[in-house]
Design a protein around this ligand. Structure first.
Ligand SMILES: C[S@@+](CC[C@H](N)C(=O)[O-])C[C@H]1O[C@@H](n2cnc3c(N)ncnc32)[C@H](O)[C@@H]1O
Length: 194
């Protein structure tokens, strides 16, 4: 796959975005560390930042962006295996991973429902799914998301994004739902595969 993606273009600027995402990502990785998966699949792993607490957990860091993956590979131990691929068509067998992490990728992919069904397919029974994302709240930030909605295609994401936009989650057992960040703009959801 040699396609040059939007995230290849913005990769040098991504650390600026990371400043806002760091605290929530650290929280997610701490929860994953406590679960201690044998194999973690991180879909849309991006530049692989803020995952130090995972230590040497074997991680398949899958992303469409070659440049983001190059940076992720540089900053992580060899147990981080960079995989150039599409989260909507995972190159993995059924029930082959213990945990899946979706950090700020659910609102970026073209078909969030397909992303969820791929997570369900590759997770083993009892495996865990974490979804970290902005979810449009009912507060004034909801208006902000609506206002900037036309910028979505330029920014490569859906600004207006609700949990209902992730169909298929009902196949999982919900474990936790935490609101994080200023104005509770971010949510960290976790699930178990029955
Ligand atoms: C907003 S960034 C999030 C990166 C990182 N997870 C984080 O939290 O900082 C979205 C990432 O998802 C990747 N991505 C977008 N669509 C994808 C797809 N269909 N399959 C795999 N990765 C994808 C992009 O290349 C980008 O690196």
């Amino acid at each position: 796959m040699t396609r040059f993606t939007f995230y290849d273009l913005v990769q040098p600027l991504y650390p600026l975005v990371d400043v806002f995402l760091a605290p929530q990502k650290r929280r997610m990785f701490e929860e994953i560390r406590d679960f201690a998966p044998g194999v973690l699949l991180e879909i849309g792993a991006g530049n692989g930042s803020h995952r130090q607490c995972l230590g040497t957990t074997t991680t398949l860091g899958l992303d469409l962006s070659r440049r983001m993956l190059q940076q992720a590979r540089r900053r992580n131990p060899p147990t981080f295996l960079a995989v150039l691929g599409d989260g909507l068509c995972l190159p993995l067998a059924q029930a082959s991973v213990d945990a899946v992490a979706l950090s700020h990728v659910a609102s970026v992919v073209a078909d969030p429902g397909k992303l969820v069904s791929e997570c369900l397919r590759v997770l083993r029974p009892g495996g865990r799914l974490w979804v970290l994302n902005h979810f449009t709240p009912d507060s004034c930030l909801g208006w902000f998301d609506r206002l900037v909605r036309p910028l979505g295609p330029i920014l490569g994401l859906k600004t207006l994004f609700k949990v209902e936009d992730l169909p298929g989650l009902e196949a999982f057992t919900p474990l936790s739902d935490q609101t994080l960040g200023a104005f509770s703009y971010y949510r960290l959801l976790s699930f178990s595969k029955p």
